[in-house]
Design a protein. Sequence first.
Length: 314
Amino acid sequence: MVRLLIAVLAAAAAALALAACGDSSTPAPAAAPPPAATAETAETADAAQSALRPPLRRLEDDRGEAHTSGCHLKTSGRTRSPGARCVFGAKDSPVTVVNIGDSHALMYAPAMIALARQHGWRLVNLTRAGCTIADVDQNDRCNPWRRDALRRLVRERPDLVVVSNGMLGDRYRVRLSDGRRLSRRASQPKLEAGLARSLRRMRATGAAVVVIRDMAKAPSYDTGACLRRHRDAVDRCAFRATRPESLAFDARAAERVDGVTLADPLPVLCPDGRCPMVAGDVIVYRNGYHLSATYAETLAPWIASQIPPGLVGG
C-alpha cells in the first residue's frame, strides 16, 4: 500500500513539472520589434529640418521682396500695378527691365531683383495673381490689369522683358463674347494666339523678350506636409516631372514670334526627370505650383544665361 502511494505521488510530481515547463513543441514568443527610430536618429532629423531654408513654419510666406513690398496684385479691385515703390535695382539706370505675368512671374522676381542689383538695371515688376498676359478675354479682374500693364510696358521702352505665366487650371479659361466660357483645353488656341499678340507688342518696343516656360506641378499642393512627414528622408518627397505639352500655350506662342527666347526651367528644377523638394539646404517648392523665394533667387545665374548678350556683362 505504501509503495503504491509513493508511485502515485511520484507520477503526480512529474506531471506538475511537465506542466510548469510547458510543451517543448510550442514556439517561443517573437521578439519585440525594434523602435522605429532611436532618440539619436530623431534628433538628427530634427536638426536637419531646422537647418532648412526657409524654415518650414514660414514656407508658404516665402514669396520675396516684390510681394512684401505690395507689388503683386491679388484679389483687390485695383487694376493698376503700383508705381515707384515697385521699381528695384538702380532706379536711375539707363537700362530698364520689366518682369511681367502672373504669380509665376512674381516667383522669379527674387532672381530678377538680384540680377538688377548685380548689373545695375532698373527693374519694373508688373504681376497679378491668376492673370495671364495673353491678349484674351479672361475675366473682369484680369482684363483691365493686363491692358494697363501692357500700356505701361510700352511707355517704359524696356531693354528686356521677362515673361512667365502658369498654364494649368480653370483660371485660364477664355470667355467668349456671349459670356460663355470655353474649357481649358478648348481655350488653348486662343491663349496661344493671344500670348503671341502680346509678345509681338513687347518686341515692337525694341526690347529683347525672354519667356520662361511653366514648370512641372507637384502632386500635392502642401509640400511642407510631405517634408514634415518624411523629415529624415526628404528625398521621398521628390516627384516625377510631368508637364502637359498640349496645354503649353506659353511655349507655343514664344515659338511663333521672331526674336523671342524660350527658357525652359525643367532641366534645372527636375534633372533626370525627377523634381527634388530640397536642393542642398534650400526648400525648392513653396507649394505644389510655386518655387520658394529663397530657392528662386539661386536661379539668377541660370536666368542670366538665358538673356541675350550685352545686358548681363560685367
